[in-house]
Design a protein around this ligand. Structure first.
Ligand SMILES: O=C(O)CCC(=O)C(=O)O
Ligand SMILES: [Fe+2]
Length: 604
């Protein structure tokens, strides 16, 4: 999608295409249009590159044989890492391995360098004798002897040390290179994805930016003494990081956030002891952001599908104009059970993600928690704990749907198979688009792959009364792990929305649309990561072992768009879910049809 109001066009929906960590300076950013279409660059200060260079030079020590050959665990195409916290976990282990090797290397190198140093020292000592002419030096038999010794026996040691450092260094550097290639190491798109995640989290949860930069991700009103420690990082962002975030915010059309990041980058650069970035690099970006902010606000207003600004311009002259003298703050109108514009939906999504209650009491007053034991003798001993979340659409949480150890077991089964999530392209219904609408990785598990999955399918049937054996009655289990700031923007789970059913595959037509969703939360999430229904105004908080259940189709098989829902960005912790999508056609004997075509299912 492009943003008008710039002299150039801004790609805001797919910024990763444009944002590259390539070490090139960004002089182009002086023009507003260029700012948006240019790459967002995380350039280190030269001193860092020099130290990196020095480290590589110093790396001279282990022989390849000492270090051994790295093992390759990467098959096929590279998948990004930021879209799954499970994949990021591996990085911690990988970095540890490299650092251990570097430590051994540095110790070894320092020992060898000390031999060279003592050679230098003994030569310097020699000069202290005060005899400056070579003739005088060699005139002393001890000094003459030592001169010869240094250049024979001692020299051998020096040479061996230099050789050893060089071999070791080549070995280490080859090993690390092999390791990087053999394992999935992060690349520029991961760095950009991670920066976008921070910008998204700050915007979604309205985090206080300076506090976020200090490593605190908890909104201050939710901070208590005991959770402060858990949500506080021991590390902080540098001024250069903030400049990077500012540029990302700008490329995502979050103009007011960009200004915030860049202003704080300036403050920090002024205060940083050994500043990570010079002010002259931040100021043009800040100037651009301010101009772009005011320009977009003037031409397009403060809110759109792909941009946000403050309600009034930054430039005081513009801000004083009559246009902004009225109270122009953007007010939010709750709009439930109706078609929402993209922008309205995005606003409902954000508010529900933050936990705002936007439903009137009339919708929530009749909701109950109940024990259900009537549908099977099994339930007499252990009834289902049902918490109604909404009557229309009918959404319930089944507490303790599975046990914690079963949830862990499912994660274990899915983990090795995780792949970047794809979704259908809504216009042409083409499957498999990697997208930024869904920052997660997923895996599929069949019922027969593990006895546990069969057992859970029987429980799905017990709880819902629906037949759920794959492939005809339901799909395989989809296991999803969200990434950094991982989210899934609002969508419906039913897929066959187009009245022209001939566009769907014969298999899809055979099994029918997704009549219902049963989604198991396989983990708790420390903060964020709720499932929210944008038209129905519902927020479901993840609870390990619980299942959310809702009907996507009414009794006649028509999709209910009031089930539009999405997954909020994960603010802290990890989020794992497993979806079981149950198909329509095989349910004709179990799911009753209604007298009226729009009758809705209401169970369990
Ligand atoms: O993870 C969530 O909370 C929702 C996931 C979802 O809607 C989906 O996978 O279709
Ligand atoms: Fe969904």
């Amino acid at each position: 999608m492009t943003l008008k109001g710039f002299s150039g066009a801004v790609s805001v929906n797919n910024p990763r295409d444009k944002l590259v960590f390539d070490g090139i300076n960004s002089n182009k950013e002086r023009s507003m249009g260029a700012e948006a279409s240019q790459k967002v660059i995380f350039r280190r200060k030269p001193s860092v590159s020099v130290s990196v260079l020095l480290i590589s030079l110093v790396l001279l020590q282990i022989t390849a044989a000492t270090v051994g050959e790295p093992k390759s665990d990467l098959q096929g195409k590279r998948e990004d890492l930021f879209s799954s916290t499970s994949k990021l976990e591996d990085l911690v282990e990988h970095e540890l391995q490299i650092v251990e090797l570097l430590e051994t290397f540095v110790d070894y190198t320092v020992n060898r360098a000390n031999i060279v140093k003592s050679y230098i020292k003994s030569q310097k000592q020699f000069l202290l004798s005060g005899r400056s002419h070579p003739r005088e030096i060699v005139g002393h038999p001890v000094d003459a002897y030592l001169l010869v010794r240094r250049l024979t026996a001692d020299w051998e040691d020096v040479q061996l040390s230099l050789q050893a450092i060089s071999n070791y260094s080549t070995g280490v550097s080859n090993w690390i290179e092999g390791f990087r290639k053999g394992t999935n190491f992060p690349q520029a798109d991961d760095l950009n994805g991670a920066a976008q995640a921070l910008v998204r989290l700050q915007d979604t949860y309205q985090l206080d930016m300076p506090s976020l930069a200090q490593g605190n991700v908890m909104p201050s009103q939710q901070l208590s003494a005991e959770n402060e420690q858990a949500f506080k990082s021991t590390s902080q962002l540098s001024a250069r990081d903030m400049l990077f975030m500012g540029r990302h915010a700008l490329s995502q059309g979050l103009y007011h956030r960009a200004i915030d990041w860049l202003q704080h980058a300036e403050i920090l650069a002024n205060n940083e002891h050994n500043s990570s970035v010079v002010l002259s690099e931040i100021s043009p970006s800040l100037q651009n952001a301010i101009e772009a902010h005011d320009d977009v606000l003037e031409r397009q207003g403060p809110r759109g599908v792909s941009w946000k600004t403050n309600p009034i311009p930054i430039n005081p002259e513009l801000a004083n104009s009559a246009k902004y003298s009225l109270n122009t703050s953007t007010t939010f109108h709750v709009k439930l059970y109706q078609r929402q514009t993209e922008e309205e939906e995005a606003e409902h999504f954000l508010r529900l993600c933050r936990g705002e209650n936007i439903r009137p009491p009339v919708l929530t007053a009749a909701l109950k928690c109940r024990l259900k034991r009537d549908s099977s003798p099994y339930l007499l001993i252990s009834p289902l704990k049902i918490e109604e979340q909404s009557h229309d659409p009918y959404v319930v949480i089944v507490h303790d749907f599975i046990t914690n150890s079963q949830a862990d077991e499912i994660i274990k089964l899915g983990k090795p198979k995780l792949f970047r999530s794809r979704h259908r392209h809504h216009q042409d219904e083409v499957m498999d688009v990697v997208s930024h609408k869904r920052v997660s990785q997923n895996a599929w598990i069949k019922d027969w792959e593990h006895p546990l999955m069969n057992k859970i399918t029987r429980r799905v049937h017990l709880v819902t009364g629906l037949k759920a054996i794959q492939p005809k009655e339901a799909e395989d289990y989809q296991i999803a792990n969200y990434g950094l700031g991982g989210l899934y923007v609002p969508h419906t789970d039913h897929l066959m929305n187009n009245p022209d059913k001939s566009i769907y595959s014969p298999w899809e037509r055979f099994v029918g649309d997704r009549i219902a969703t049963l989604m198991i939360y396989l983990s708790d999430v420390d903060a964020g990561g709720a499932t929210v229904f944008t038209r129905a105004g519902i927020t479901l908080w993840p609870e390990k072992g619980a299942a959310a259940f809702w009907w996507n189709l009414d009794k006649s098989g028509i999709g209910d768009d009031n089930t539009r829902h999405g997954a909020c960005p994960v603010l802290h912790g990890n989020k794992w879910v497993s979806n079981k999508w149950i198909r329509f056609n095989e349910q004709f004997r179990t799911a009753s049809c209604g007298r009226h075509p729009l009758d809705k299912h209401k169970r369990p």
